[in-house]
Design a protein around this ligand. Structure first.
Ligand code: UGA
Length: 428
């Protein structure tokens, strides 16, 4: 596994747990040293235990020696980052191509080279070209095997995937990959084999579709707020239609994370290259980018446009629960904007304080829910951590009554109102 980020580390550990010998490679030596001590650099429930177990039984090793690791491996997974290009919207494939060059000079026997990183359609063709410069066609096969795991649910998603997608243009690599995944297939996972380009595009189409679903329900929630309708009824009412499906219909703040914002932009940019207008995805991107402003305006309204010196508490700042990831979290737009308007922001997150807010005026981290809401005028439930699902606001805060803005619809409005709190939520 080349790259020990979310995808590389989780997949590597899970493949080891399924009985394979796995080496996870990263050029960051300090990261490798930490992993060898059983210290996992990312927050992911259950991951550290599985790393320790498989490292101890020697099925999982770590290395920063890429050449040696490539030589010893039969299947090489490329799991490096494909971030948005600086100042642009397409995927930056520098790391992918650098790894391909490294692989090309270390091939000593037949290798299957699998891209697990999310890469634009036809990237596999480019990797193949790089490898062909130093190797004959018989020495390797380039395969696309996109990963669909979610942060915070990564182990479960890997072990019980809805589907496994393998895109290869030859039968041999498909056969080998299918046998690698056999333990998951025999437990019920669907396995589909496609061309390499199809597999690459399936990943972007999946993420874009999910982003569209969320954006759709968020916009319907806006309409619910104006018409006195409860968005939860709508999500249930439309979700029970099997053609629509009930998942990913939770209205909330703008979607964030390391994937949806990046991948929606990248697919539009790829489509532009192929002279295709993805107008639906373009609107999704725009609507999501506007969403934080829309919710901020709601905050201003809730506080009667008097923001200066108001104490605003954020419960949770990560882009979703069960992760410490701040990438493209909507809190990163909302907190600085409120601070600029003169608010005093306190926040609590189960994964601790965030460097992203260190330099922002009047923003402080509190190490408990209780401390964070002390003296608050407005409490914003920003992330749906379990820790926030049964707070007894009345007991916790004996003093002044604050307003609650529940951006994840965790609470039942009538129950909170009975306790004497002014309560606002999304789309109801
Ligand atoms: C997403 C996909 O769900 C994974 O299948 C994919 O493998 C991954 O991207 C990736 O490409 O690596 P992830 O970014 O970890 O996974 O998180 P999600 O659970 O999909 O949530 C993304 C955002 O959508 C979050 O901000 C979340 O709060 C929001 N969301 C999700 C909603 O607002 N409503 C929902 O109903 C679901």
């Amino acid at each position: 596994m080349i790259g020990t980020g979310y995808v590389g580390l989780v997949s590597g550990v899970c493949f080891a747990d399924l009985g394979n010998d796995v080496v996870c490679v990263d050029k960051d030596i300090s990261k490798i040293k930490l992993l060898e001590k059983g210290k996992v650099p990312i927050y992911e429930p259950g991951l550290s235990e599985l790393v320790i177990k498989n490292y101890k039984n020697k099925r999982l090793t770590f290395s920063s020696n890429l050449k040696k690791s490539i030589k010893e491996s039969d299947i090489i997974f490329i799991c490096v980052g494909t971030p948005t290009k600086k100042g642009g919207s397409s995927a930056d494939l520098t790391q992918i191509y650098n790894v391909a060059k490294e692989i090309s000079i270390s091939i000593n026997k037949f290798k299957i080279i699998v891209t697990k990183s999310t890469v634009p359609v036809a990237t596999g063709d480019e990797i193949e070209k790089i490898l062909l410069k130093k190797n004959s066609k018989k020495k390797f096969s380039v395969v696309s095997n996109p990963e669909f795991l979610r942060e915070g649910e990564a182990l479960r998603d890997f072990i019980y995937p809805d589907r496994i997608v393998v895109g290869s243009n030859d039968k041999r690599s498909n056969r080998i990959l299918k046998s690698l995944y056999n333990p998951l297939i025999s437990k019920g996972a669907s396995y589909i084999h496609t061309t390499r380009r199809s597999a690459e595009l399936i990943k972007y189409a999946s993420n874009s579709f999910l982003a569209t679903k969320i954006t759709f329900i968020n916009e319907i929630a806006n309409l619910c707020e104006k018409t006195g309708v409860n968005i939860e009824d709508i999500s249930i009412g439309i979700g029970l239609d099997k053609r629509i499906g009930s998942r990913f219909l939770r209205a909330g703040p703008a979607y964030g994370g390391s994937c949806f914002p990046k991948d929606t932009k990248a697919i539009v940019s790829t489509a532009d290259k192929f002279k295709t207008n993805l107008s639906v995805i373009k609107s999704v991107i725009k609507s999501n980018e506007n969403r934080s402003n829309l919710l901020l305006n709601r905050v201003y309204e809730i506080l009667n446009k008097k923001i200066k010196k108001k104490i605003i508490t954020f419960l949770g700042v990560t882009f979703k629960a069960n992760t410490d990831d701040m990438r493209d979290s909507s809190s990163m737009k909302m907190i600085p904007a409120l601070s600029k308007k003169g608010a005093i922001i306190k926040y609590f997150d189960p994964t601790g304080s965030k460097k992203e807010f260190e330099k922002i005026k009047n923003v402080s981290y509190e190490n408990s829910i209780k401390k964070s809401i002390m003296g608050a005028d407005l409490v914003i439930i920003h992330t749906e951590w379990n820790d926030f699902k049964s707070i007894n606001f009345k007991n916790l805060n004996k003093g002044k009554k604050f307003i609650i803005y529940d951006m994840r619809n965790i609470y039942t409005p009538s129950k909170i109102k009975i306790q004497g709190f002014k309560y606002f939520s999304i789309g109801r």
